[in-house]
Design a protein. Structure first.
Length: 485
């Protein structure tokens, strides 16, 4: 790549109306079914304005420096880069999935750290930076997503990119005592501090970040804030009323033989608390509560990261548990748990949600959890279901009218299932309306605008190179939910 032309491209006029340039490990190409929260959210957020979305192509290449593959869909352009086999293995299957993911979900016990994988992570980020710098125009605003790409702003600054650069962490930010289990924790915090704006899902995540910076004596060059991610509420509600959803709802209801439905929809991931949820459902079956035996629990769990041993373990554990619970409690005409390792189109999921009197969202740790929000948006206003929600999902900070539970307390979850099953219509409607008002007040469009307006409220670093301290601008303090350092 030509450094001169890159420098020129980032030193032009610093106008405020450029493209949004999204960067994430994977992109959601048009027409692809996505089962990850990040892709679903970004695809919904990028509805207006010209934008470029850059990410890994999904391909391994022996010569990873081939020109980027580009394509266009309406105002959205995609740029895809290939990655070399060794680096990809160490960066993605190693450092991202077996170090950062468990660590940021408070699972130090599952962290498998190797220094050479950390180095591959940094190399891949430099590769992303080179690919991106070649695509950037002077007035672009760069928005980088998630833990795979934390070092990217620092790499871009090293290439003298002067554009505004923001970062959003989709997963939880752990407290300093957890974070410092990572040998390179200071380097990681220093990389986050390079962003003009670092965004987190919740106030608690933001506090953890700031606390860690203070503890390590690291000065941030930019600002930080809490930007809880939302969903496209009206789109999910419309999907739930579509013909495809109605058919799915109808067929599912017809299969229940008069029983009611509890539903869980989660990527098969140990952070989602599925074994605990299965056990809590068994506790409910054995509780003697009036609703015990009257509910069928459908768990949709599309497999993810299938090569990672911890994911294979949780899958085996769930198969054992489902077999055990059904073996003990099933009747000839009824199976208590329907456990489905498959993914479905979003309108079908919305129909399933609408068929369910109870939504079970009980992760042990979750950045936000979009399924909790999708379950609510899919409900019928006349007869809404009840959300049982873990206090350890970021969504619990906003969704106080759900039945909030500690997923480790199996008896409490079993009691919440019974309370949800017996909740009078009026109370269900009151809770649901309060929750929907909250979802509508912060949908995915609002989330994206709020982040980008905050990022753009500061002058860009035209010219690149020098990293300066960004001082709060005149409008910045007025933006709700963002606190400035
Ligand atoms: C990360 C953070 C944060 C699920 N099964 C199917 C399917 N899905 C969709 C859901 C939802 C998305 O995948 C999952 O989003 P979550 O938020 O629940 O979880 P993560 O994938 O872990 O996402 C999370 C999120 O990023 C956004 O910031 O909330 O905390 O971990 O949209 O509906 N979609 C389809 N078929 C399925 O079977 N089509």
């Amino acid at each position: 790549m030509n450094i001169d032309s890159r420098s020129r491209s980032t030193r032009g006029d610093c106008a405020d109306t450029g493209r949004i340039v999204l960067v994430s490990n994977r992109v959601a190409l048009p027409g692809e079914t996505q089962t990850g929260g990040l892709a679903v959210a970004l695809a919904a957020a990028m509805d207006d304005g010209p934008a470029l979305w850059l990410g890994w192509s999904g391909r391994i290449a022996s010569d990873a420096r081939l020109p980027l593959e580009t394509m266009r869909a309406g105002r959205l352009e995609y740029a895809l880069l290939d990655l070399p086999a060794d680096d990809f293995e160490a960066y993605y299957h190693g450092f991202a999935n077996r170090v950062l993911w468990p660590l940021f979900h408070y699972r130090i016990d599952l962290v498998d750290y190797h220094r050479e994988q950390h180095e591959a992570w940094l190399r891949v980020n430099r590769r992303f930076a080179e690919a991106l710098a070649g695509q950037l125009r002077a007035d672009d605003t760069v928005w980088i997503h998630d833990y795979h790409l934390i070092p990217l702003a620092r790499c871009l600054r090293e290439l003298r990119v002067g554009n505004r650069i923001g970062f959003f962490l989709h997963i939880p930010m752990p407290p300093p005592d957890v974070l410092c289990a990572l040998p390179a924790h200071r380097d990681l915090l220093g990389a986050l501090a390079c962003y003009d704006l670092a965004g987190f899902q919740t106030r608690a995540d933001l506090d953890n970040y700031r606390h860690a910076l203070r503890q390590q004596g690291i000065a941030s060059h930019g600002r930080s804030g809490a930007f809880p991610i939302g969903i496209d509420v009206e789109a999910v509600a419309a999907q739930a009323r579509s013909g495809e959803a109605e058919r799915a709802e109808h067929e599912l209801r017809a299969s229940l033989s008069g029983r009611r439905l509890a539903i869980g929809v989660d990527r098969l991931d140990y952070s989602k608390g599925l074994p605990e949820r299965f056990r809590a459902f068994e506790r409910h079956l054995e509780s003697g509560a009036s609703s015990a035996g009257q509910l069928t629990y459908l768990q949709i769990a599309p497999p993810s990261r299938t090569r990672v041993p911890e994911y294979q373990d949780v899958r085996r554990e769930l198969e054992g548990l489902a077999g055990h619970i059904n073996g003990r409690h099933a009747k000839p005409e009824w199976t208590p748990i329907r456990y489905v390792n498959d993914s479905f189109p979003q309108p079908v999921l919305a129909g399933f949600h609408r068929a369910a009197a109870i939504g079970l969202v009980t992760p042990l740790r979750d950045g936000m959890n979009l399924v909790a929000k999708e379950y609510l948006a899919a409900q019928s206003p006349r007869d809404p279901g009840v959300l049982v929600l873990s206090r350890f999902a970021g969504a619990a900070e906003e969704l106080a009218e759900a039945l909030i539970v500690n997923p480790h307390d199996l008896d409490a979850v079993a009691e919440a299932i019974d309370a949800a099953a017996g909740m009078p219509l009026r109370e269900r409607q009151d809770r649901w309306q309060a929750l929907m008002a909250r979802l509508r007040g912060n949908d995915v469009g609002h989330w994206a605008r709020h982040f980008l307006d905050t990022l753009r409220a500061e002058p860009p670093r035209c010219g690149g190179g020098a990293i300066t301290t960004a001082l709060p601008g005149p409008h910045a303090g007025a933006l709700a939910g963002v606190s400035l350092r």
